[in-house]
Design a protein around this ligand. Sequence first.
Ligand SMILES: Nc1ncnc2c1ncn2[C@@H]1O[C@H](COP(=O)(O)OP(=O)(O)O)[C@@H](O)[C@H]1O
Ligand SMILES: [Mg+2]
Length: 364
Amino acid sequence: MTEIQEEQIKHTLAQYQDPYLKQDIVTAKVLQSIKIEPSAITIDIRLGFPARDYQETLRQQLLHVLSRLNLSQAIQINIDWEVTSHAVQRGVKGLPQVKNIIAIASGKGGVGKSTTAVNLALAMLQAGAKVGLLDADIYGPNQPQMLGCSGERPQSDDGQSMKPIIKYGLQTMSIGNLVDEKTAMVWRGPMASGALQQLFTDTHWQDLDYLLVDMPPGTGDIQLTLAQKLPVSGALIVTTPQDIALLDVKKAINMFNKVSIPSLGIVENMASFHCEHCGHVTQIFGTGGGNALADEYNVSLLGSVPLTMAIREGCDEGRPIVIAAPESEVSQRYCDIARGLMANLSVLAKDYASKFPNIVIENK
Ligand SMILES: Nc1ncnc2c1ncn2[C@@H]1O[C@H](COP(=O)(O)OP(=O)(O)O)[C@@H](O)[C@H]1O
Ligand SMILES: [Mg+2]
C-alpha cells in the first residue's frame, strides 16, 4: 500500500514543471525522499541552487498538485539546497574555494553588462548564495563605483594574497581598487591579461558558490585568453535588442562554444522604456530579438530588464537598485533572472575531477 502511495505521489509531483529548472523535480533529480506514515507524509527536496526567496512558492505549487490526490495524511515538504561545482573547460583547474565561475559577457560595450552583473550578484546573495564579483574590465573598471567602494584598497595578511573587498555582503575585486584608472589604461593586451589572472588567483575568495566575472566588452584576444584560462562553468550573455548588438552577441556565444563553455542564458537589457511619471512602457527597440536569438542558439532567454532611471541612478550612487529598492518590480526581475541562471547551471554536468585526488605515477 505504501509503495503504491509513494509511486502515486511521485507521479503527481512529476506533473509540475518547474519554470526555472524547466523540468519536473523528479526528472531534475532534486526529489530526495518520500516518507509515508499513517498520519503524515514527509517529502524532502534538495535543489542545486539557493532558493531562500523561492522555496515557499515551490512548496505551495507542489502542495497544490498533491491536493488532487485527497490524501488523508498531513503533508510536510522540506526544501533545502546544495550548490556543487560544475564542469569547466578541459585542462583548466579550478580554485577549491570557488565552486562556480560565471562569465558575464556581451558582444560590445555599453549594453549594461556591468549593471546587470552587479544587480544579479546582489540578487543571488539575497537568494542565499555566497557570491563574489570580479571586475575583469581592466581598461574600464566600473564595479568600484557601482558598489560605492572606489576609494577602498584591499587588505593583505600575508603580503601575498589580497582579501576581497566586501560590500553589501558581496566579495569583490577590481583593478580599480588597486591602481588609479589612468595606470591600467596604457597596459597592452598581455599585461592586462596577466593582471586579470592575478586578480583572480591572488584574491583570497572565501568559500564562494558563485564568482561572477564582469568581462570586458567584445570578443578580442583578452576575452579569448580569459575564456581559456579561468575555470568557467558557464556564461551569461547580456544584449540590447538592436540587430547590430545581436550580431555581436552571436560572436560572443560562438567564442564560448569554441572553448566548450556553455551559455547559461541571455538577458535582454534596455529593451523597453519605463516612464516613472505615467508608468507607460514603450518598446523602443521592438520585441522578440532576444527570443529569436535564444531559439537560434538553443540558449534560454532568462529575462528582460527595461530602461529605468532608478537602475542608472542606483549604479551611479554606489547603491544598486537590488539593494536600494529590493521590493521594486525591477529588483524582482533581477531576482527572477538570477534564479533562472543558477537553476540552469544546476542541471549541467557536475565537476567530478575536482573531487578526485591528484594521482602521481612514480617510477622508482
Ligand atoms: N536597464 C537600464 N536602465 C537604465 N540605465 C541602464 C540600464 N542598464 C545600464 N544602464 C546604464 O547604461 C550605462 C552603461 O551600462 P554599463 O553597465 O556600464 O554597460 P557595459 O558594462 O556593458 O559597458 C550606465 O550608465 C548604466 O547606468
Ligand atoms: Mg562594463
